[in-house]
Ligand binder design. Structure first.
Ligand code: NAD
Length: 357
């Protein structure tokens, strides 16, 4: 009974626990809502401290995917998977092929892709067992790394925020701080420096900064000094939970716009705190939808120009969120939830459960 209560709290449709001792596999697949179409979401591999921690994470991620697809106008549902284990583990073929068999058993109700701790190569192992996987390499007909399109979406989303806040969407001479010099951070820094912004970037690994300094004209800052910089835009592109009581008090910026999932430690409470402080927060699942757009494109025969064109719509989607937020005097995270829930209700009919005919 308790397990059903957990599922019902977030209104998930289905949770699948997958175990195979020979492959060393312990995974959970969460399918949140398929009323708009098959569930879409990555596979995260992480050293979770407990099964509860993994279950909480996968359920939070799958719910966000429902909202991301709905607000972006895609006809997909929300799902996600986690594999409990060391993301640096070697000998990954048996593990990911066994996981792929579980994905295949869902017969198209869930499509997976890479996420934190998994790679394009891992998804190619999954591909050996199922067609319900995306994010495989371009050489095999896939879309490759989604980060360039995600970064482009963040860039246009920042422009929408700039337009709402300063009356035009130019980022020239704006002081922008990027937290995380990973795949998205690097590509974003390139877009921003090319458009004349003054970019400051940090990472916990100095070698990432070293690599980046060869190609990007940005100022590099130690990661523990990031909140000491006054900026126009703060861009969280590392991990979630970065916006919390402690950091909100330190933040000195006008806009928060970045790629990390679940940036607000507590969606409602911290969204409201930012709103009351006059900081414009771009809801993460609205602005970082470029990654989902990219992998979803793979199902229709991937073309990056088409994915980038679709990512352009993030400007419009975010502008609409900000408009509702201003009109109804509610934080943008509540405005975006409203748009997503209305689409789920009207288009998805809420009760529809996707199965492949
Ligand atoms: P990544 O692992 O390539 O980069 C993240 C970087 O953040 C790493 O270099 C890491 O060292 C750094 N980092 C971690 N903690 C930090 C801290 N406290 N301070 C500074 N740097 C720190 O990941 P990515 O693909 O660039 O994704 C970044 C974020 O965006 C993740 O949260 C991811 O879930 C989210 N996201 C990514 C995509 C995508 O297409 N890659 C799509 C949607 C959302």
């Amino acid at each position: 009974m308790e397990l059903f209560e957990i599922i019902e709290r977030d209104e998930h449709e289905q949770i699948i626990f997958c175990s195979n001792k020979d492959a060393g596999l312990r995974a959970i697949i969460a399918i949140h809502n398929t009323s708009l179409g098959p569930a879409f979401g990555g596979t995260r591999m992480w050293n979770y401290g407990s099964v509860d921690e993994a279950l909480t994470d996968v359920m939070k991620l799958s719910k966000i995917m429902t909202y991301k697809a709905a607000v972006t106008g895609l006809n997909y549902g929300g799902g996600n998977a986690v594999i409990i284990g060391n993301p640096q583990r070697e000998n990954r073929e048996l593990l990911f092929r066994t996981f792929g068999k579980y994905v295949n058993s869902l017969a198209g109700r869930y499509y997976t892709a890479e996420d934190v701790g998994t790679t394009v190569e891992d998804m190619e192992f999954v591909r050996m067992e199922t067609k319900y996987v995306t994010g495989i390499s371009k050489a095999l007909g896939g879309s490759g790394n989604p980060a360039p399109v995600t970064a482009y979406g963040i860039f246009v989303g920042m422009k929408a925020c700039a337009n709402a806040r300063w009356g035009n969407d130019s980022l020239e001479n704006k002081k922008i701080v990027i937290q995380g010099a990973g795949q998205v951070g690097k590509n974003l820094a390139e877009y921003l420096t090319a458009s004349g912004a003054k970019v400051f970037i940090t990472d916990i690994y100095p070698e990432k900064i070293e690599n980046l300094s060869k190609s990007v004209k940005a100022e590099f800052v130690p990661h523990d000094k990031i909140f000491e910089i006054d900026s126009d835009i703060f861009s969280p592109c590392a991990l979630g939970g970065i916006i919390n009581e402690e950091t909100i008090n330190k933040l000195n910026c006008e806009i928060i716009a970045g790629s990390a999932n679940n940036q607000l430690e507590n969606e409602e409470k911290h969204g409201r705190m930012l709103f009351e402080k006059g900081i414009l927060y771009a809801p993460d699942y609205v602005i970082n939808a470029g990654g989902l757009i990219n992998v979803a494109n793979e199902l229709e025969g991937y073309r990056q120009d088409r994915a980038l064109k679709q990512a352009d719509k993030i400007y419009h989607n975010l502008s609409k969120v900000i408009e509702i937020s201003e009109k109804e005097n509610v934080p943008p995270c509540l405005a975006s939830a409203k748009i997503a829930e209305e689409r789920l209700k009207h288009i998805g009919g809420m009760k529809k459960i996707y199965t492949k005919n």
